[in-house]
Write a protein of this length. Structure first.
Length: 279
């Protein structure tokens, strides 16, 4: 396993994707709607094509699981021991489409169920978060670590809302209310990948979200883990890349956050993959 080569290609590819995203800022994007509030731009598709072309040239035998390529169906799943790249070419598409400067490109490599490396780049802030399994996590080459906040009342939390939020608004808002009553603050920024990276470097202390896809979480989850954080489902069971629930924290807050989440009705909102990730 040549992780050094894998990481080198990942960084070069993400750098090229970041340049394309920066160049597109300020231009009026061409927007299509995948559902009432789930949109895609021509920039999403162009950046995804760029990344896929580079990855296929370097690793023709690897599976690539990308957001726009998976539209209209469930995400592809790798075979046992197969290398798979998980790509979100523009995490925060709604922000991008409205000119809100908070979005990223996210790329991760796994072998089967084992996450090997992750790179998340914010092209506007010039921040690149990186992790290699067993090698720690960095921001622009400097080691990062989760916060040491141990009380929920002193914690800044992050979350997102799935694309079925209009149908299940009360269910999602009940959980947010429960955390509003317990935490110091809550942010909803619109990029799951950056939420996880901000947790990894101590800008957030905890994060929860429903119904994310593998390309949303793969890189960020490894970055959190390598920065000393914990990622599970809401009940504390091992995190599943193709699962419905993501709970991440600095570790110190995990039990308290899990207690809030499992106190909510487990049947609400329903487990439906077509709800989609946040945006």
């Amino acid at each position: 396993m040549d992780l050094g080569r894998f990481l080198g290609v990942a960084h070069q590819t993400v750098d090229a994707a970041s340049q394309r995203l920066r160049a597109a800022v300020g231009a009026r994007p061409r927007i299509e709607y995948k559902s009432a509030i789930d949109l895609v731009t021509d920039t999403d598709r162009a950046v995804e094509a760029l990344v896929i072309e580079r990855l296929r040239a370097a690793f023709p035998d690897h599976l690539i699981v990308a957001e726009e390529g998976s539209a209209g169906g469930p995400p592809a799943r790798p075979r046992l021991e197969q290398y798979a790249w998980y790509l979100d070419p523009l995490d925060g598409t709604t922000n991008f489409a409205h000119g809100h400067p908070h979005f990223a490109v996210s790329l991760a490599l796994a072998r089967g169920d084992e996450l090997l490396l992750g790179v998340v780049a914010d092209p506007l802030r010039g921040e690149t978060f990186t992790a290699v399994r067993g090698g720690g996590a960095t921001l622009n080459g400097q080691a990062i670590r989760v916060s040491d906040v141990g009380a929920l009342g002193q914690a800044l939390l992050a979350t997102g809302l799935p694309y079925d939020r209009r149908e299940h608004a009360d269910d999602y808002l009940d959980v947010i209310k429960a955390f509003v009553l317990r935490a110091q603050g809550i942010r909803r920024a619109g990029s799951a990948a950056l939420d996880l990276c901000y947790l990894a470097c101590g800008r957030f202390d905890g994060y929860w979200e429903w119904k994310l896809s593998p390309w949303d979480t793969a890189a960020g989850v490894l970055i959190v883990r390598e920065a000393g954080g914990v990622v599970t489902d809401f009940g504390g069971a091992p995190f599943a890349l193709y699962g419905q629930e993501t709970l991440a924290s600095n570790g110190l807050l995990h039990a308290a956050m899990s207690e809030v989440l499992v106190a909510r009705p487990r049947s609400a909102p329903p487990d439906r993959r077509d709800a989609g990730p946040t945006g």
